[in-house]
Structure formats: structure tokens, C-alpha cells
Design a protein around this ligand. Structure first.
Ligand code: C5P
Length: 227
């Protein structure tokens, strides 16, 4: 039987990619499918949680049974929705691919083609929603972030993940090794689950539902720990 280990727990999950508008018909976006966030929502609901899923742009995914879905477009809309939902959430998982930048100005009308070269697009930094949620954290609230990393000659995926966990200040960070058939637009995922208390759990290559199970197991273990 499925253990309803998240009964009575309200979880807020962000999923998918943000779209940063340039004009009424154009945007800057990314390739996030939302599959990992949806898998997190589905598994949490199966374990008895009340789930609010805040979704940006995603592939054509069915809303998991029993999940409340809020649709957003841009990073700023996602930020507003997450702050609202966070006020009442016990656990927050930021699985969305939030654009780091947005076009500085949003033209009210469609940008016209002219014979001259177009003006360059200037960009403005988006807020870091995860960092904001950590600063606004309520007593007892658990916050989980995601990091898609590639290693390089000097630093491993894991080291980048450790640094990001410290910088963001969240309780748990899922580090995804990206590239080579992993993560974005893929059915499978692999990586590590890093905890602010220093524990590091390797996540074997497997389905996004399996990764979700690792995350919810860790959340449950933390909330049942003696305080
Ligand atoms: O800094 P980086 O984008 O790698 O961090 C990834 C984590 O931070 C993810 O959990 C993502 O949802 C979150 N994030 C955010 N706001 C941003 C950028 C990323 O909440 N502007």
C-alpha cells in the first residue's frame, strides 16, 4: 500500500519555464518541459499532501489528480504567485526554470519590422525567487531548490551544487547533472540531494517520479526528526 506520509502537509511546487515578454506576441523562453515539477506534484499528492502547483510554460502535461494548478507566464508573475502560496505552505519546492533576465521594456504593441537593423534587446535581472522565499521563510517551513549544473575542468557538478546550496540558503538542493541525455526535455534525471545539514544522497539515474520519491522521502525524514 502507498504510504500517505505527507497527509496534512501543504506543499507548493513551481514547475516549467518562464516566458519573458518582449511585446504582446513575443517572448524569451527556455526548454524546460515541467516534467520534474509535475512528477513532484503527482508523487506528493499520492502520498496524501495538499498540493499547489504553480506552472509556467510546460509541455502538454496532464494535471495530476487532486492537484491545484495555478498558471503563470513571466518570472515576476511566478514570484507573486509563489509568495502568495508560500504564506500557507509547509514545504516549497522551486523546480521551475526561472529566466535570469527579462527584456527591460515591454512594448505595448508588436515591434515592427523596418529596413534598418533593430534596436538591441536590453535585459534586466529578474529577482531570485528562491532566495526571496528563504528570506521570507515561516517557522518550520522547509524549502527545496533545484540546480542544473555541468562540471568543468576545475569544478565538479557536486561542488557547484554545494556552493549553490550555501548561496541560496535553502534546506535541500537537488543537483541535476545536465547534458548528455539528462534533465531538460528528458524522461530521466540523476544527481544528488544535498542537505544544509551536510548530508549528500546520490540520486541514481531514473525516472523523474523516482527522483521525486527521493525528495519526498527526505522531506518526511526531516519533519519526523526529533526537534
Ligand atoms: O541560480 P540558479 O538558476 O541555478 O538556481 C536554480 C534554483 O533557483 C531553482 O530552484 C530555481 O527555481 C530557482 N530560481 C529562482 N529565481 C530565479 C532563478 C532561479 O527561484 N530568478
Amino acid at each position: 500500500a502507498l504510504e500517505r506520509t505527507l497527509e496534512g502537509v501543504h506543499v507548493a511546487i513551481s514547475a516549467g519555464g518562464t516566458r519573458e515578454p518582449l511585446d504582446p506576441v513575443r517572448f524569451i523562453g527556455n526548454r524546460s518541459s515541467g516534467k520534474q515539477g509535475y512528477a513532484l506534484a503527482r508523487v506528493a499528492a499520492q502520498r496524501g499532501a495538499r498540493v499547489t502547483l504553480v506552472a509556467g510554460n510546460t509541455a502538454d502535461l496532464a494535471t495530476p489528480a487532486g492537484v491545484d494548478l495555478i498558471r503563470v507566464g513571466s518570472a515576476v508573475e511566478l514570484k507573486d504567485a509563489m509568495h502568495k502560496v508560500a504564506a500557507d505552505a509547509d514545504v516549497i519546492v522551486m523546480a521551475a526554470a526561472v529566466a535570469d533576465f527579462r527584456p527591460t521594456s515591454l512594448t505595448g504593441h508588436k515591434i515592427k519590422k523596418t529596413s534598418a537593423d533593430p534596436d538591441p534587446i536590453t535585459l534586466t535581472k529578474n529577482p531570485d525567487i528562491l532566495v526571496e522565499l528563504v528570506s521570507a521563510r515561516r517557522e518550520g517551513q522547509l524549502i527545496v531548490g533545484f540546480a542544473a549544473e555541468t562540471g568543468d575542468d576545475t569544478t565538479s557538478v557536486l561542488d557547484y551544487g554545494r556552493a549553490k546550496l550555501r548561496r541560496k540558503g535553502c534546506d535541500l538542493l537537488v543537483v541535476n547533472a545536465v547534458g548528455a541525455g539528462l534533465a531538460f526535455e528528458q524522461e530521466n534525471n540523476a544527481g544528488w540531494l544535498l542537505s544544509a545539514d551536510g548530508s549528500e544522497t546520490p540520486i541514481p539515474h531514473g525516472s523523474k517520479a523516482q527522483l521525486a520519491s527521493v525528495v519526498w522521502d527526505a522531506v518526511t525524514a526531516r519533519s519526523t526528526e526529533p526537534q
